[in-house]
Ligand binder design. Sequence first.
Ligand code: FES
Length: 108
Amino acid sequence: MPDVVFVEADGNEFRVEVASGTTARDAAVNSSVPGIDGDCGGVCACATCHVHVDPKWIDIVGTAAPGSVEAGLIQFAEGNTDASRLACQVTITPELNGLVLHIPKGQH
Ligand code: FES
């Protein structure tokens, strides 16, 4: 199974084994990774699963599609950057083994 590494703002890392087809949000919540609340259950309606994709991975993961609901929510997420994604919209595949996602200081 692919591994995903979640990195807290203070540098603390959580490496999670993720079944392919699982979203990064579900992987984090199911593994009790702090800082990924995912309040809406993963339906792209809350932005409490905001992450910054590591620069080494952003070209592979891709950015939120312009004009998408995800991109609209990211605009209002605290600390958003060009590397912002909503973890519920990132589906883990074998190609994403080793993916590094940085968790913002806050989600609200
Ligand atoms: S879990 Fe709500 S937007 Fe991702």
